[in-house]
Design a protein around this ligand. Structure first.
Ligand SMILES: O=P(O)(O)OC[C@H]1O[C@@H](O)[C@H](O)[C@@H](O)[C@@H]1O
Length: 272
């Protein structure tokens, strides 16, 4: 627990250890499991991130910004291993946190065998996450990863994602290659992996909000929503309130890391 006057304190909720932050500029929450940013709300605004109200015991929390690492989706060779890797199921260590009037900077770390990953998070009027992976194995290893953000929206079928015009990618629902024409709207589910990162905008007219979401530096921008496919423990109405727009390097854009190499992935958002 932090001392009096400090912006952060630890609590337990639904069996998870949470770090709650009350800063003059924003409110936020992380879970130790996953080093996962679950909630971020700049003062006077609606929350930016969506999070399911029910959290499974021993599973992954659906919401906020899960870190998918060291693989994204299904493991390429081990079908029994968990979807999206170990990071969101493991307890991370909070290495450092500093606050000033502008905001806070936190560093989380997870070490697994010869691998080490840190998540640096800056929160203030906007949010910036940077995932840094190193490994000291003796041979080159494959890495795929994602910052799998669940953005809170008024209604997924009524928002528009701008900035992917002309981008090519893979549509996993249609099982075909795709090229985005105009703005992206989600009517009945979406699962597209675009082969480009860059500046995007999530426009929510009902909430009169436009978020600039930057996936530059990532090889892929992933857009996902299950549509009417049920999600365990998430009601249909609750699921209408998010869209995933993710920074990732996955599939053909997975990375090969030689011993001592470092891989970076970042996601940045601000209000426009
Ligand atoms: O249900 P999970 O494991 O949390 O993953 C959520 C979704 O994440 C998406 O990024 C994947 O492409 C989907 O396949 C997956 O269903």
């Amino acid at each position: 627990m932090a001392g009096k006057g400090e912006p952060q304190r630890w609590v337990t909720h639904q069996g998870y250890e949470l770090l709650l932050i009350e800063h003059p500029r924003f409110q936020a929450a992380f879970s130790r499991q996953g080093g996962q940013l679950l909630h971020f709300r700049p003062r006077g605004q609606r929350p930016w991130l969506w999070c399911a109200s029910h959290w499974p015991r021993g599973g992954a929390i659906r919401g906020g910004v899960p870190v998918c690492w060291p693989w994204f989706g299904r493991h390429p060779t081990e079908p029994g291993w968990p979807s999206h890797g170990w990071a969101r199921l493991s307890d991370w260590q909070l290495l450092a946190s500093e606050a000033d009037e502008q905001g806070m900077r936190l560093t989380w770390q997870l070490a697994l065998c010869d691998w080490q990953v840190t998540l640096e998070v800056e929160l203030g009027t906007g949010m910036r996450l940077c995932l840094r992976t190193r490994h000291q194995d003796t041979h080159t290893c494959q890495l795929s990863h994602a910052l799998h953000a669940y953005w809170q929206v008024s209604d997924v079928t009524r928002v528009a994602l701008l900035g992917l015009e002309g981008a090519s990618g893979h549509d996993l629902l249609a099982r075909s290659e795709c090229r985005q024409r105009g703005e992206l709207r989600v009517e009945e589910g979406c699962h597209r992996i675009f082969r480009r990162g860059g500046p995007l905008q999530l426009q929510d007219l009902a909430w009169q909000r436009r978020l600039a979401i930057d996936t530059s530096g990532a090889a892929n921008s992933v857009v996902w929503h299950p549509g009417s496919r049920p999600l365990t423990d998430v009601g249909w109405h609750e699921a209408q309130g998010f869209i995933c727009v993710e920074a990732a390097s996955c599939g053909p854009d997975s990375l090969s890391l030689a011993p001592g190499d470092e891989a970076l992935l970042s996601l940045h958002a601000e209000l426009v």
